[in-house]
Write a protein that binds this ligand. Structure first.
Ligand code: G3P
Ligand code: CA
Length: 330
């Protein structure tokens, strides 16, 4: 097994992990959102590997639990949309309440890891390539940590992971808590301090507040559009977290027709509260990109770089790396 301590070699060689951030070009962290999910089915080893090879500094797995308590990478516990589970386990379809919503499908908590490993990933979005459907496995978080360590040694720069606890209250309620298992796994791999290459994120403050006394790694509070991002709320977040992950529309709002409006003061307010800012999610396709950028996704990266964000989640780490690196030459 490749141990994360291999990163000690980089420190010895002068590649230092900042106490605030593992710096990317110009200090902006490029975070491969679900890997390079614009190019490969999300949350697969192949998607994360491609993200790193395209220039990502960090790879982002969303975490849910199997029936036997193993943390695996899926955006939600319902896996009918991103795997071939419906073909392989048709009789296991069920309906349940998750975070107050009735959901029908196939749920990770009803499958053992051995069963999950019989599945193959599928692309979620109809307009993205389906060439890789049926080819890739669903990875465990431990496999992703080991990949990051292995690729760090291979590419000669530290690669961090950015796990997100998904539905943490729900999983705790069914006897499959995420936080303790996440801490145990990070401790096993000696990822326990603010200078280690890992960040933990969650939309649920209680998940981060539970983690804070258990582990010293950097914690990030996710904020969706419409969330309270006032200076008072930021001061509250700074008591248990190190940064915020705002929906990019909290930094650059848009009109109902999608055209952009003037930027808010959130980046400077967060920095004033001692919090880093990692925005999400950059996507190149016309279905996602504001018309204000005239079809050029590089302009979006340039705008957020100029606004002073510390990192960005992107489905296209190749586009991000080109945009940020060309800005560096200016
Ligand atoms: O974690 C950053 C961003 O990924 C949050 O949204 O829904 O893609 O996990 P989601
Ligand atoms: Ca996420």
């Amino acid at each position: 097994m490749v141990n994360i301590r291999t990163l000690a070699a980089f420190v010895a060689a002068g590649v230092v992990l900042s106490t605030a951030l593992a710096p990317g070009p110009r200090g902006i962290l490029i975070i491969g959102h679900r890997g390079a999910s614009g190019h490969r089915p999300e949350h697969t080893i192949e998607s994360y590997t491609l993200a790193i090879e395209m220039g990502a500094d960090v790879i982002e797995p969303d975490l849910v639990s199997t029936k036997d308590g193993v943390l695996i990478a899926r955006h939600e516990n319902e896996i009918g949309g991103t795997t071939d589970v419906a073909d392989k386990f048709p009789a296991r379809k069920t309906t349940k309440q998750v975070d107050g919503q009735a959901m029908s499908g196939w749920f990770t908590e009803d499958f053992t890891l051995a069963e999950i490993k019989t599945l193959r990933a599928r692309e979620r979005l109809a307009f993205r390539s389906h060439d890789f459907d049926g080819k890739f496995l669903v990875p465990t978080f431990e496999e992703i940590v080991e990949l990051a360590a292995r690729k760090s040694a291979e590419v000669g720069r530290p690669i961090a992971t950015y796990p997100e606890t998904k539905h943490p209250t729900y999983f705790r309620g069914i006897g499959l808590p995420l936080e303790e298992r996440l801490v145990a796994l990070l401790e096993k791999h000696h990822l326990t301090t603010k200078t280690d290459p890992v960040f933990i994120q969650s939309f649920e403050p209680s998940s981060l507040q539970r983690l804070r006394p258990q582990i010293g790694v950097r914690l990030m509070q996710l904020l969706d559009e419409g969330a309270d991002a006032s200076p008072a709320r930021l001061a509250e977040i700074a008591r248990y977290a190190d940064g915020i992950g705002p929906n990019k529309r909290l930094v650059v709002p848009a009109a109902p027709d999608g055209h952009l409006l003037p930027a808010t003061h959130l980046v400077e307010d967060a920095h004033g509260a001692g919090l880093f800012v990692h925005v999400w999610t950059m996507r190149s396709e016309a279905q996602f990109l504001s018309a204000s950028y005239g079809g050029d996704p590089a302009k979006e990266y340039e705008q957020f770089r100029a606004l002073g964000v510390d990192g960005l989640f992107t489905d296209f780490p190749d586009v991000a790396a080109r945009a940020v690196r060309s800005a560096k030459k200016d």
